[in-house]
Design a protein around this ligand. Sequence first.
Ligand SMILES: Nc1ncnc2c1ncn2[C@@H]1O[C@H](COP(=O)(O)OP(=O)(O)OP(=O)(O)O)[C@@H](O)[C@H]1O
Ligand SMILES: [Mg+2]
Length: 467
Amino acid sequence: MTVTEVLQLVDQLVFKHRANHLNDLQSKVIKGIWEGQTYSEIADGFGYESENHVGNVSRDLYKILSKELGEDVTKSNFGWSIERLATSLNSSQQIVGIINNHINLCLNTSNGQKQASNDEEKTKQKTSYINLKQSPKISNFCGRSKELSTLSQWIDNPNTRLISVLGISGIGKSALVRYFIDIHTISFDAVIWKNIKLYKSLNSIITEILSELNTNNQNINTNSLLNQCLQLFNQKRCLIILDNFEEIFTNKQFAGQYKPEYQDYKNFLQIITEIEHQSCFILLSQEKCQEMISLDNELYPSHCLELSGLDESATQILQSQDLKDEESWLQLINLYEGHPTYLQYIIILIKDVFHGEVAEFIKENSLILTEDLKSLFDSIWIRLSDVEKDILLEISQHNHSISRDEIRQFLSLSSMDIINGLQSLSRRFLITKSEGNEKLFNLSAVFKEYLRFYQSVTNNPELNKNL
Ligand SMILES: Nc1ncnc2c1ncn2[C@@H]1O[C@H](COP(=O)(O)OP(=O)(O)OP(=O)(O)O)[C@@H](O)[C@H]1O
Ligand SMILES: [Mg+2]
């Protein structure tokens, strides 16, 4: 079999499973495995991909192939599994489609030629510039299939100009978008990831993007940066990811208020959503601001994806850490709300103190807060306004969901403060509406534990607001 035949066969199986063709990275990984390269050799060929990441991409592909072929496909039997499949199909013929579990063979060359021209078309669509140096590396990604398909739907729609991926710290925003870029066949001329923490101004980000994509080496005119930027986003289809967007919002005020030195981002977001161009921005943020709010209309150019915890797919995180007592894993995941970072911290604790025995940890019968968890919450706490802190402390005193009227009874705050405070806390994903009754507000059990812990330590009903 030739590499092209192998790629065609795997591509069809993957397409049948996920309705997505192999992306560039996946194709190269398959090619490398077929040619007997190690993960590290394949990774070397990419420059920016780690060996671990190549391993993950291939494991994801083995999983799909195993499901589609009804047998366990691994690195060691990959070649043989594919050859056996091809032989059973008569490998001398061109394989063009697998529909409803039947592998269709094309015996005439015109279809074969069509396939070749499709391949060419695909190559033409290849992204010509990718800079993901400022994105996190993914070592083990699991679940989120619904979110991945939502992103895919939005990104593939040429109307989409702004996507906000939102959620509490550590919930997996950066991991999701990085993984999406790795597995999705992206039809953009350029994909650029910028971590806002590394830049002192919007102008410095725009200038860098312009110089990265300035193929004609034109002088960048600092007086009309925004204009040049818009021209570029119109000429080329760019996907720009702005990570850690909450950096531009001010601390100790309600969510989504721009710091004075970052006011120009507001104008920038309005312009890129209102003015027509062919590029798309993805903002990753722990806080929602007015400019991100979408009108939930398919034709509207902006969308919000709010992340909550992982479902039982999080067992893969536990599996990769060789924890024991599989029957207790779901309990652990539920206890820590499927939050990948909380789980990572707890896994380390279970390995350090409980010899990896999850059941022993569960027997403790309480939510344990590690020092890492406390400092994660400290960094969230420090961003809040006094009104939000008062509301949170009040909610944490109750073992049930609580309504706005109840909060008003217990706190000597004005109605306006309570209403704005509740909206702000939901824009930070710290409170949620009760599923059964939208008038009631809930607090995450883990975060509640943190608030109670500090209250008990300080023995002060007013949690230390200077934390
Ligand atoms: N779906 C997932 N499967 C496995 N691990 C995950 C998943 N999502 C996130 N993680 C892991 O959880 C940790 C936190 O994820 P990530 O950095 O993406 O969170 P974040 O929402 O971007 O946080 P922050 O707001 O602080 O930037 C990382 O180590 C990441 O690899
Ligand atoms: Mg992040």
